[in-house]
Design a binder for this molecule. Structure first.
Ligand SMILES: [Fe+2]
Length: 314
């Protein structure tokens, strides 16, 4: 192979910490997004035994949170579920308190089996009945307590990977022994808690989205619930149209069974399974044996605000 005529110039430029655009513009400006991660599926039946083990083998007083985070190996051992997002399940035993803290990352919880648990957000008590959504917006103090008599489990999602990529993560631990944090009278306001029965009612009356699925978007003042997280509940009663978008999604199966074709993968899912739809990856869903419901956490709001939203349907 003959060396390119500008090889010695390029070498000299690199030694001087200058890069020529002309030999690398394709790397600098990819023609389309290329997700690092293949779509991934975690089955609840595989996760559940670990929730039991974590509850019995790890004391809550020894750890910040007893959360099991879904990690896609495509990220090389980083704790990332899909680009920009993490999803997890948190387990509390009766009486457990997950100590208060706050951070610049935005987070949410969706109650799968958390009745008896309470999340306190900025002095507000948010009950966690099945299907309830609790927001912990950036820099809001939050802690969790299981006031019930049985183990509670909920689904968490947050955007730590996006915040860390921007290197804008701040974290402040609260005080474990601060009884004032837990001693709050104020019930959860509409600011932080979205009751499951209201969401289900809204979904029943929601219009079909472009993909054909009845879709409820959780909103605040007509916009996404947080500046960086956008949340949806989908009722899948027939095959949806194939769609791809510049944003990323983590899907939690709330009820029912079905199948999703995501990229070149096909996932057969059932209740409380979780799967990802990485950005710019074609995805379609279909129910099996009746309708199914998906709770979908996305970073769509980031792309919308940066004017980077692209959505395609087939
Ligand atoms: Fe947190």
């Amino acid at each position: 192979m003959t060396a390119r005529p500008d090889a010695s110039l390029i070498a000299a430029l690199e030694r001087s910490h200058l890069h020529p655009l002309w030999d690398r513009y394709k790397r600098i400006t990819p023609v389309a997004p290329q997700a690092k991660d293949a779509p991934m599926h975690w089955r609840w039946r595989d996760i559940e035994p670990f929730t039991s083990r974590a509850a019995s083998e790890v004391g809550i007083e020894d750890v910040e949170r007893r959360a099991l985070i879904l990690a896609n190996p495509a990220f090389g051992g980083e704790t990332v579920t899909t680009h920009n997002l993490i999803g997890a399940f948190t387990v509390l035993e009766p009486g457990d308190k997950a100590v208060p803290h706050r951070h610049t990352a935005a987070a949410i919880r969706f109650s799968t089996r958390a009745e008896g648990a309470v999340t306190i957000v900025n002095g507000r008590r948010c009950e966690m009945y099945e299907g309830d959504l609790v927001l912990t917006p950036p820099m809001c103090w939050h802690g969790h307590i299981n006031e019930g008599t049985r183990r509670t489990v909920w689904f968490d999602a947050a955007n730590m990977p996006a915040i860390c990529m921007l290197d804008a993560s701040f974290f402040e631990p609260g005080m474990r022994q601060d009884e004032r944090f837990w001693d709050v009278g104020a019930e959860g306001s509409a600011e932080y808690r979205f009751p499951g029965d209201e969401a289900r009612r809204a979904l029943a009356g929601a219009p079909r989205a472009a993909d054909g699925a009845r879709t409820h978007r959780y909103t605040k003042n007509g916009s996404s619930v947080m500046p960086t997280l956008d949340l949806y509940l989908k009722h899948i009663d027939e095959p949806t149209r194939r769609m791809r978008a510049t944003w990323n999604a983590i899907c939690l199966v709330v009820s029912g069974e079905g199948r999703s074709a995501v990229g070149d993968k096909v996932f057969e899912w059932s209740r409380h399974d979780v799967f990802t739809i990485p950005h710019w990856t074609w995805a379609a869903h279909e129910p099996r044996g009746g309708a199914a419901e998906l709770f979908i956490v996305t970073d769509r709001a980031i792309y919308e605000r940066l004017d980077l939203l692209r959505e395609e349907l087939q």
